[in-house]
Design a protein around this ligand. Structure first.
Ligand SMILES: C[S@@+](CC[C@H](N)C(=O)[O-])C[C@H]1O[C@@H](n2cnc3c(N)ncnc32)[C@H](O)[C@@H]1O
Length: 584
């Protein structure tokens, strides 16, 4: 059966001029004629007074889309899974236009009454808010009113008290006003901004996050509050900024404003013959790039469907584990995951099947982004090249690996029987004297060698490519046997069944010459009600030994009711000198 791709676009028949947006998911007519509205009622913003404070796709207005653009979008719909412009929301808000140099002081003074929306700065810039110095000088020349633009040095030498007072005024929250750049040095670099638009760089493309525009200025209401002398921003003698006010203040009369704002307005009016604050009406537009992954998925997926918001990452790859119900929407989900996690994530894959093969590699389907499954993972300060198409990697085991390594010391010699690309071997090589690392998968061995070199530890690691049982046999038959102090067996599916390889490893050799018995760390899964007992039993059976003194740990729950266990024990002398197992 061919794959069915679902396309989301704005319903062309619905009126969209400043109306609550209605999103519909269309199955392309090419595949079926049925139009399925998968978007829940929740995704259609109603003017709902009970909505919580803050930005929401269920609030605001959608922009007017010109007819021509609508047609263009319909023509291009084959290329896109959904129309990102459907996520544009416009909010009317009130703002105070203030002198740029006072904006930080006023922001901290009025913080509780400002917009305070996540990822939207309370201080906004709009085109034309920066006035050229020459223009300021021109205004100053033509003005007989005293404005507080760096006036200290233009006045006659005052007495010491007045001088100190003047000096104090020459500082603001950012430092000495005459050296504004000094304050900037310690500030993080601002994002590039064009006019009132906030943008971020993502994956080479500029993402428009939000924009602020001034719609109209409301001076009359202010003069009502502040008296006749208030003439509201008729003359701006310097750069200005907008302080975005609490969303609830948009339709309020200034008289109903919180006291703190009224006090600031009055103070400024009293101090300046030409008031330097004004109230303006603004339009705040939040674009697709503003919304977080969950916001978008919640709006796109049918009501009641579980939002697949959690995923594992391996380097630049996000690895989803989609349920059956997500399958028809997998490309759409992957696009959102990619869009919302760029640039760190470049590829989104879905694990399409349980792991069945010997090399423990996952069956991955690339759903979005670039198709390379070769990536670099950084763990514990070490770098690992991994190709998820050919080798095993599991970032969830990072903590466990650290736990295991914490028991190693510089005099140890380690045998890693199922080494993969080397997360245990290479990390161990940093601590111990020597590591013998083995894996059956030739690709894993290739990466293991490369990773040893990449981390400059190749001199401490010897790499082997053979079956685990043969490797154990070869190591303990060689003259390396007496130096080996630790053996790691991380193949949880069936490592315990490899333990019989230790039976008789010293058989036929003089007991006094073979006095060193390595500590074995073996991993395994258990679905039993008592996983410790169950795993211990499996170890005893594999070793054919009744009493084995084992330290048992639960590593993690890998599935409901299924534990990954780690058992550590010193190889019993009786096992090492026992008759060889028939399997060998
Ligand atoms: C669960 S992975 C663990 C790899 C590594 N220790 C890690 O933490 O990433 C198990 C590894 O055992 C290897 N393997 C499977 N059967 C094997 C066998 N019979 N002999 C040796 N290695 C084997 C697989 O290729 C795989 O790399």
């Amino acid at each position: 059966m061919g794959s069915t791709r679902l396309f989301l676009r704005l319903n062309p028949l619905s009126p969209i001029i400043f109306s609550p947006p209605t999103n519909f998911l269309f199955i392309k007519p090419k595949f079926t004629a049925a139009t399925v509205s998968l978007l829940s009622a929740a995704a259609a913003p109603a003017v709902n007074q009970s909505l919580p404070y803050g930005p929401s796709l269920l609030k605001g207005k959608t922009p007017e889309i010109p007819k021509q653009q609508q047609q263009l979008e319909q023509e291009n719909e084959t290329e896109t899974l959904f129309d990102e412009s459907q996520f544009t929301r416009i909010f009317d808000i009130a703002a105070l236009r203030v002198p740029a140099r006072d904006c930080y002081a006023l922001e901290s003074r009025l913080r509780g009454h400002l917009l305070n929306w996540p990822r939207v700065r309370n201080i906004a810039r709009v085109p034309g808010d920066e006035i050229e110095t020459e223009f300021i000088n021109l205004l100053r020349d033509n003005s007989d009113e005293d404005e507080n633009v760096d006036s200290v040095e233009t006045e006659e030498e005052p007495n010491s008290v007045l001088y100190r007072e003047k000096l104090v005024k020459s500082f603001n929250v950012r430092g000495f006003v005459k050296f504004r750049n000094l304050a900037r040095i310690s500030r993080p670099r601002r994002r590039k901004r064009k006019g009132g638009k906030e943008e971020k760089e993502g994956n080479g493309r500029k993402e428009e996050v939000y924009a602020v525009e001034v719609v109209e200025e409301e001076r009359k209401e202010m003069s009502g509050l502040l008296g006749e002398e208030f003439r509201g921003g008729e003359k701006w003698k310097g750069a200005t900024r907008l302080l975005l006010l609490d969303e609830d203040l948009i339709d309020k009369d200034v008289k109903e404003f919180p006291e703190a704002i009224k006090v600031v307005l009055e103070e400024h009016t009293r101090k300046n013959t030409t008031p330097i604050l004004e109230l303006v009406r603004c339009r705040l537009t939040l674009f697709y790039d503003y919304w977080q992954m969950n916001d978008v998925l919640e709006a796109l997926l049918p009501k009641g469907m579980i939002i697949p918001s959690a995923f594992e990452t391996v380097g630049h790859i996000a690895h989803l584990n989609l349920r059956d119900e997500h399958q028809p929407l997998k490309y759409l989900i992957a696009k959102v995951v990619l869009d919302k996690n760029k640039p760190k994530i470049q590829t989104v894959v879905n694990k399409s099947d349980a792991i069945h093969n010997d090399y423990r590699t996952m069956q991955l389907e690339v759903l979005a982004g670039n198709h390379s499954l070769v990536t670099i993972v950084v763990e514990n300060g070490l770098r690992f090249n991994v190709d998820l198409a050919t080798v095993y990697w599991n970032s969830k085991l990072a903590t466990e690996r650290q736990k295991l390594l914490s028991g190693f010391n510089p005099s140890d010699v380690v045998c890693d029987v199922f080494a993969g690309v080397g997360p245990i071997s290479i990390s161990a090589a940093k601590i111990v004297k020597r590591v013998y690392a083995n894996d059956l998968n030739p690709y894993a061995v290739d990466y293991l060698e490369r990773n040893s070199v990449l981390n400059k530890l190749e001199r401490k690691i010897e790499v082997y490519n053979m079956d685990g049982r043969r490797f154990i046999d070869a190591m303990f038959a060689s003259n390396k046997a007496q130096s080996i102090t630790q053996v790691v067996m991380n193949l949880p599916k069936d490592a315990a069944e490899f333990l019989d390889a230790f039976r008789g490893i010293y058989r036929g050799r003089p007991k006094d010459a073979m006095s060193n018995f390595p500590k074995i760390h073996v991993y395994g899964f258990s679905k039993a009600r008592d996983p410790e007992f169950d795993f211990h039993e499996r170890i005893r059976i594999a070793l054919s030994e009744v009493a084995v003194n084992v330290e048992m740990r639960k590593v993690r729950l890998v599935a409901p009711g299924k534990w990954m266990m780690c058992a550590s024990f010193i190889l019993p002398e009786s096992v090492a000198f026992a008759r060889k197992s028939l399997n060998m």
